[in-house]
Design a protein around this ligand. Structure first.
Ligand code: NDP
Length: 286
């Protein structure tokens, strides 16, 4: 029978572990604060920002909210980041993306101190991941790895196909799987014979941003399927990049949408904030 990988339960477990560590740090007199910066009032961004604030409140991390108007200039935003970089009581800085088009997001992300880069998007965090040095891991890819590990999925020696090569999901998740000794192939919009390629996968990670694109023709019998996509359906509710109903009898295990990868992203953000204080800027070093 197909196993449903319960991201909600695993994320709750991680948040509880972080909460306990935050409490222990508190007893040593160490407090954790995360600065959350939102520019403009994009409704989807507001939902994400609120969820992050709620998670902070749950685990005992103080959130410093900066809600800036749409017309904020790049210079103003960079000045705020500079101030937060220097502020001792601020341990992590998160800039909610996307930013308005008049602001260069790369410049802004690279202005964050790598020691406070809890989103793991700074070029030095990305470089560290690439060459196997300690650094913050980006939250969604780290969450995917955690889902696999905590579900008892063996990764070493497995054939993994990652569909999508974005900087925030596809590329880093491929690097993490490689670090776990999988044999990894990255597919993208120019990949030929995508179905055949995906059917080779023991573990298939899908981050294409196309609702229900992956059907059972792409799946090897018994494969582990990780669906990163999130889409709002016209009739209400959410769906992923994988056609869940179509593939569920064929795969060995699958993450649902909602309740799979989604909740893991925030849980890993909380973990990064905790690591920023007690471990320096490093992941678990698996
Ligand atoms: P991007 O749009 O940045 O990247 C999509 C990738 O898919 C690109 O590399 C693109 O290829 C590739 N692609 C597009 N069409 C095809 C195709 N027909 N065949 C093969 N490859 C294709 O998306 P993201 O990585 O940012 O996000 C992917 C999905 O994950 C989205 O649904 C997003 O909402 C979701 N997401 C969920 C998160 C969570 O917390 N659960 C967090 C982040 C994202 P090319 O490079 O050639 O253009």
């Amino acid at each position: 029978m197909t196993r449903i990988i319960d991201g909600k339960a695993i994320a709750a477990q991680i948040k509880d572990e972080v909460r306990q560590k935050v409490e222990a740090l508190g007893r040593e007199g160490k407090e954790i604060a995360l600065a959350v910066i939102q520019v403009g009032s994009d409704p989807a961004s507001s939902v994400y920002v609120n969820n992050k604030k709620k998670a902070c409140a749950y685990v005992g991390i103080r959130s410093l909210a900066y809600e800036l108007p749409e017309e904020t200039t790049e210079e103003e935003l960079l000045a705020l980041i500079d101030k937060l970089n220097k502020m001792e009581e601020c341990n992590g800085i998160l800039v909610q993306l996307p930013l308005p088009s008049h602001i260069n997001a790369d410049q802004v992300i690279d202005a964050i101190s790598p020691d406070k880069d809890v989103d793991g998007f700074h070029q030095s965090s990305v470089g560290a991941l690439c060459i196997g040095r300690p650094g913050f891991l980006p939250c969604t890819p780290a969450g995917i790895l955690e889902l696999l590990v905590r579900s008892g999925v063996e990764i070493a020696g497995k054939e993994c196909v990652v569909v999508g090569r974005s900087n925030i999901v596809g590329k880093p998740v491929a690097l993490l799987l490689l670090r776990e000794n999988a044999t990894v192939t990255i597919a993208h919009s120019r990949t030929k014979n995508l179905k055949e390629l995906c059917r080779r996968a023991d573990i298939l990670v899908v981050a294409v941003g196309k609702p229900k694109m992956i059907t059972k023709e792409y799946i090897r019998e018994g494969a582990i399927v990780i669906d990163v996509g999130i889409h709002r359906k016209e009739e209400g509710g959410l769906c992923g990049d994988v056609d869940f109903e179509d593939v569920k009898e064929k795969c060995g295990a699958i993450t649902p949408v909602p309740g799979g990868v989604g909740p893991m992203t925030i849980a890993m953000l909380m973990k990064n904030c905790m690591l920023a204080v007690c471990g320096g800027r490093r992941d678990d070093g698996r």
